[in-house]
Design a protein around this ligand. Structure first.
Ligand code: PMV
Length: 364
């Protein structure tokens, strides 16, 4: 599919008012996206695990306006007006208006809330943009009722991606691949697709315990970080490596080779942070406790042969990954040795989830 395929046919009905509500999950990348081109096109393909517990719920109430010459919306986070989020939503609307030409026809009231604490250091942009994109698609579907489910999801992912790249991976469940890769059928830079190949049962119900090492605001945003990949001395090698790692991961996912999985996933996490450390200006998002946790995971793994590993997002928090079969010892280890490195002892037990869900529909 190409961008043009997401331009709608003319609408022949505009509902007067209504409310839709969706819940969209967060995701954690195994092969990371870091660096992008114009229009949120990723510099390299990536793959992520859709999470279950960490999610955003968004309700969108819409009311037809008499004049349709500008965007009009109110935004609430946990029931409180959230003025400082509004520019981000306006930018999002500007980017997607071509594909949703009804946007200026309505006044929207957006209520959003995250299952994870706002200042947990967990990015809410992926789940937040995905939930909003799904609400908007739901409204578009009332105008184009013939729309197929598969198209609905693709376009939701396409729109979410224009809000925040990784949000395009927060629609489907399980493993989601985003970005063109010559050996992955159906892969595209435009939207995320469910990973299309065999996945060994070892990876069913995979766990991700998120250790909240640092809950404050990051010193460098993802937007700035992506930008610093332009002219980065290692960028081309890094982008090529992501392609190679996706090839390797395909074999790992099919065979259930956890040893290779661990090597690949940890190397990806450290490479992401290596790119940050070698940007100009350079920056470090890991904290001393991030390093302590990583070292403890390596020691524990070596001593017990438990297939447990870590990955990192663009921040100091550590995602501890392990299969269902070692859940008990892994949780025990996390509680005994890792929780002391979390801010106020906070961590979130999450796992692979089955994707975004609609909550309600109907007029209010
Ligand atoms: O979606 P963005 O623009 O916030 O970028 C997120 C990039 C990483 O989370 C660091 C990696 C990834 O692939 O999710």
């Amino acid at each position: 599919m190409i961008e043009k395929d997401f331009l709608p046919e003319p609408y022949n009905q505009f509902p007067e008012k209504g409310t839709v509500e969706w819940k969209a999950p967060s995701n954690i990348a195994l092969v990371k996206y870091w660096g992008k081109k114009k229009h949120q096109i990723p510099a390299n393909p990536s793959i992520s695990i859709t999470l279950d517990t960490c999610a955003t719920k968004t309700s969108l109430s819409y009311q037809k306006k008499t004049k349709g010459n500008q965007f009009a919306f109110d935004l609430y986070l946990d029931g409180e007006p959230k003025e400082d989020f509004k520019p981000k939503i306006t930018t999002f609307f500007e980017r997607i208006e071509t594909y949703l030409p009804f946007l200026k026809e309505y006044h929207f009231t957006i209520h959003t809330s995250n299952s994870f604490p706002h200042s947990s250091g967990i990015a809410s942009s992926a789940s937040g943009m995905a939930a909003l994109a799904l609400c908007l698609m739901d409204l578009e579907r009332t105008m184009l009722p013939q729309m197929e489910d598969s198209f609905f999801k693709r376009k939701a992912s396409f729109l979410a991606r224009l809000g925040s790249g990784s949000a395009g991976r927060s629609i489907d469940g399980g493993l989601v691949q985003w970005g063109h890769h010559e050996h992955i059928d159906g892969s595209t830079d435009l939207f995320g697709i469910p990973y299309p190949y065999e996945v060994h049962p070892h990876f069913n119900n995979f766990h991700d315990t998120i250790l909240l090492v640092h809950k404050g605001q990051k010193q460098v945003s993802s937007t700035v970080g992506h930008d610093l990949m332009h002219g980065h001395p290692y960028a081309e090698n890094r982008f090529a490596q992501a392609h190679t790692n996706l090839d390797r991961l395909r074999t790992v996912l099919a065979t259930g080779d956890l040893e290779e999985f661990i090597k690949l996933v940890e190397s990806e996490a450290l490479t992401l942070h290596a790119m940050m450390m070698t940007s100009m200006p350079y920056f470090i998002l890991m904290k001393p406790d991030t390093m302590e946790i990583i070292n403890k995971i390596w020691t524990f793994r070596k001593a017990t042969q438990t297939p447990i590993c870590f990955t990192l997002d663009a921040g100091a928090n550590v995602h501890v990954l392990y299969p269902e079969s070692v859940k008990e010892p892994a949780i025990q280890f996390i509680q005994n040795e890792l929780v002391e490195h979390c801010e106020n002892g906070h961590y979130i037990c999450d796992r692979m989830g089955d994707g975004a869900k609609k909550i309600i529909q109907g007029n209010r």
